[in-house]
Design a protein around this ligand. Structure first.
Ligand code: PMP
Length: 321
């Protein structure tokens, strides 16, 4: 579907996957005016194709659009379009549980202009692609490297928008961490470089003094849909939840003295990802016994259970086609 100022959204269509042409001066190529979303379609045990909280993804897409000076979309229309697209995949057979159809709504600025300004022309498209199960052989705790030299986003930047630039600025530190044998980078705030923000493409939660503690939505982290769902589930399980700024020292001290008993990332791809190690400057701290913690496992099983139709979907998070 395309957009032009004065004309609005027009020319919706479904077409086979393939390259498209773009003017070399398209604004997206120079000034990164681009946003996207990521969600999954699952084949449930009853045979239905299901989506998890898809409305939340399109609402966040519009939030990203506002922050990036891009036109918003009609959420109901997007959901309808997505259903139409998925109907073409009715016969899709997942290879195993965990194999899903990844859905990538994307908007780019296509107007050819060399000056810096918000574009007057855009393209919105949705890519569908099968993805393999994230975990093969159980949840394995990840090793985390805490970046104090590089930040993902500056304070007042585009951190709460899902825009390519945030990911581009993460690449260098992530590549350094991978070279050193780490799985993920944990990002700190850009002002004091001591408050925990998020990890890789996940939000992060801690079981600290028996409470669930997670970074607040300060404007520099993504408002994760998995985070939101996990916070609902832990409250239902009776845990107290604190959304507050947590320092990296508090985390490392807590892991060393036993006050911090579990840490896990939350995101669409992994659902829940246990953390087993942190390295910050010269300090290395292990967490847990090399396996996912009890609560982490319980949350993974509950959320995937809801997605696949094995657990009751009390909050109507799952939508079938
Ligand atoms: N933070 C970042 C930077 C991400 O890219 C993602 C993945 N979308 C998340 C957090 C988790 O968000 P969600 O639970 O909506 O997938």
């Amino acid at each position: 579907m395309e957009y032009k100022t004065g004309q609005g959204w027009h020319s919706p269509r479904i077409q086979p996957y393939g390259p498209f042409s773009l003017d070399p001066a398209a604004l997206v190529l120079h000034y990164a005016q681009e946003i996207f979303e990521g969600l999954k379609a699952f084949r449930r045990e009853d045979g239905e194709i299901a989506l998890f909280r898809p409305r939340d993804n399109f609402e966040r897409f519009n939030l990203s659009a506002r922050r990036m000076c891009m036109p918003e979309l009609d959420v109901d229309l997007c959901l309808k379009a997505l259903r139409e697209l998925l109907k073409l995949e009715q016969n899709w057979v997942p290879k195993s549980e965990g194999t899903s159809l990844y859905i990538r709504p994307t908007m780019i600025a296509t107007e050819p202009v060399l000056g810096v300004k918000p574009a007057d022309e855009y393209l919105f498209y949705i890519i569908l692609s099968p993805v393999a199960a994230y975990y093969k052989g159980g949840l394995k705790p990840v090793k985390i490297w805490v970046s104090d030299e590089y930040v993902r986003v500056p304070s007042g930047g585009t951190g709460e928008a899902k825009t390519g630039g945030n990911y581009a600025s993460s690449l260098y530190a992530s590549a350094l961490a991978a070279q050193k044998g780490y799985d993920q980078v944990l990002w700190l705030d850009s002002v004091e470089r001591k408050y925990v923000e998020e990890v890789g493409s996940m939000n992060i939660c801690f079981l600290y003094d028996g409470k669930i503690v997670t970074s607040p939505l300060s404007g520099s982290i993504l408002n994760g849909i998995t985070r939101r769902s996990i916070l609902t589930l832990v409250k239902e399980m009776g845990y107290e939840v604190e959304e507050r700024a947590l320092t990296i020292d508090e985390i490392l001290d807590g892991a060393a003295n036993g006050r911090l008993t579990e840490a896990f990332g939350t995101g669409t791809a992994a659902v829940v990802s246990p953390v087993g190690h942190f390295t910050y400057r010269e300090r290395e701290v292990d967490l847990g016994n090399g396996e996912a913690g009890e609560l982490t496992m319980k949350l993974y099983n509950t959320l995937t259970g809801i997605q696949y139709g094995r657990c009751e979907d009390k909050y109507n998070w799952v939508e079938t086609l």
